[in-house]
Design a protein around this ligand. Structure first.
Ligand code: ADP
Ligand code: ASP
Ligand code: MG
Length: 402
């Protein structure tokens, strides 16, 4: 079997944990499997590096930031190879350049385009454990890129797809995917299985346990994922196309604090305004999420929307630069908001699910700013200070507990 095993930051945070991971990988290797290991930076190292950068320069160039951040993963893989060597196991570490993992050129949010597998195959054929840096890639200028926070999951899934791996295991600091973040909701329940579609929505809506692109890619290439703990032997959660268990109405609640709300007040109520606003944002590479347009009155209207919190400065810059073209009277911004969402394939055929979520919020006296829905999810925008209370209230309302 060819096994891809990915370990997140907490799983390799110190010497003891690194040794623990080494042993786990060696076990599979000694059973005769080919083992490819993908690692994140140790502990909170990526945050430490970002702080170091911002201390020197509050607005570092994205290229140089990627150059810096990629060192975190490089540290982990080299130490892991050294750890395995202490057990007399042949192992080799490779960074994205050495593999070659080709990405688009967007620093900080690059997308994987193609992975060369020749070098990896060659090392596996020599019966080595191959340890690869997560999160990073190389663009057409031969510069280092990164895939966005949490991107090591995506590296692992992409490798599993490219190598036609038999399994792809994502090891983290919780036992699997839960009905809500177990750190916020004490009663959260571990899911045995979850579909790609539900997991993709949960991940996109803030359930940081998996990088959303990793789920997108797993679905596209049919890579079955197992999310489990590196600290124990619990079974974990399987992410796949179809699940056998009866569909729950709601399979999970997610929260995303990385949100900013922007309102453009006093726009002209004529055709083409929404196009202009979102075209400006699109060209500035800003993803817009929830959108609300008021009814036109006295020839003017307002448009309110949300953008990722870390893109809010880019959004502001673009909107202010184009103030004359867009013709708004006032721009207001609120960074103290968060999205809370419920996701479930069972929702499709059950009206009243949204009402039940709103009732839970009303019972907790939480005000809703904006609402958006799709077939399998409902999202509300609320005050960031109320997130924990909201998630728990909604979780209770749908009786998702253990
Ligand atoms: P890693 O460094 O291993 O990639 P992450 O911190 O990226 O770990 O992801 C694991 C964390 O995701 C957990 O510690 C947990 O707090 C959080 N999380 C958020 N939502 C969920 C969920 N629905 N199920 C499990 N964990 C979740
Ligand atoms: N080290 C990177 C981060 O902290 C990538 C990852 O952990 O997946 O975001
Ligand atoms: Mg992660």
């Amino acid at each position: 079997m060819l096994i891809v095993k990915k370990f997140g930051g907490t799983s390799v945070a110190d010497k003891e944990r690194i040794m623990n991971v080494a042993k786990r990988c060696i076990r599979d290797y000694q059973e005769g499997n080919d083992v490819v290991v993908v690692l994140s930076a140790m502990g909170k190292q990526t945050d430490v590096l970002i702080d170091m950068a911002k201390d020197i320069n509050p607005t570092p160039s994205k290229r140089e930031l990627d150059m810096l951040l990629s060192t975190g993963e490089q540290t982990s893989v080299a130490l892991m190879a050294m750890a395995m060597a202490t057990f007399k196991i042949p192992a080799i570490s490779l960074n994205a350049f050495q593999v070659a993992m080709h990405t688009t050129s967007a620093y900080g949010s690059a997308r994987l385009k193609r992975i060369d597998t020749e070098r990896i195959r060659h090392e596996l054929d020599q019966r080595k454990i191959v340890i690869i840096t997560g999160f990073q890639g190389v663009n057409k200028y031969d510069d280092v890129t990164t895939l966005g926070r949490g991107g090591s999951d995506t590296t692992a899934v992409a490798l599993a797809a490219a190598l036609h791996a038999d399994t792809c295991e994502i090891f983290t600091d919780v036992d699997g995917v839960y009905t809500a973040d177990p750190r916020i909701v004490k009663k959260a329940r571990k899911l045995k299985e979850i579909t790609y579609d539900e997991m993709l929505d949960l991940a996109t809506l803030g359930a940081g346990v998996l990088h959303n692109r990793s789920v997108e890619m797993a679905k596209k290439y049919g890579v079955q994922l197992v999310v489990r703990s590196s600290l124990n032997e619990e079974e974990g959660t399987v992410v796949k196309e179809d699940v056998r268990v009866e569909r729950m109405l709601v399979s999970g609640v997610a929260a995303d604090r990385n949100v900013t709300r922007i309102s453009l007040v006093g726009l002209k109520d004529v055709p083409g305004i929404a196009f202009k606003v979102f075209d400006v944002l699109g060209k500035a590479n800003v993803n817009v999420d929830m959108i609300l347009q008021s009814i036109g009155r006295h020839g003017t209207k307002d448009i309110t929307f949300t953008v990722p919190g870390d893109a809010s400065d880019d959004a502001l810059g673009a909107l202010e630069k184009n103030k004359d073209v867009l013709g708004y009277e006032e721009l207001s911004i609120n960074r103290e908001v968060a999205k809370v969402s419920i996701v479930g394939a069972g929702m499709m055929s059950n009206p009243g699910v949204a009402a039940k979520m709103f009732e839970a919020l009303y019972n907790s006296r939480i005000n809703i700013n904006m609402i958006s829905t799709s077939e399998i999810r409902v999202t509300v925008l609320i005050d960031v200070k109320e997130v924990d209370k909201a998630v728990n209230a909604i979780h209770d309302m749908f009786e998702l507990e253990d």
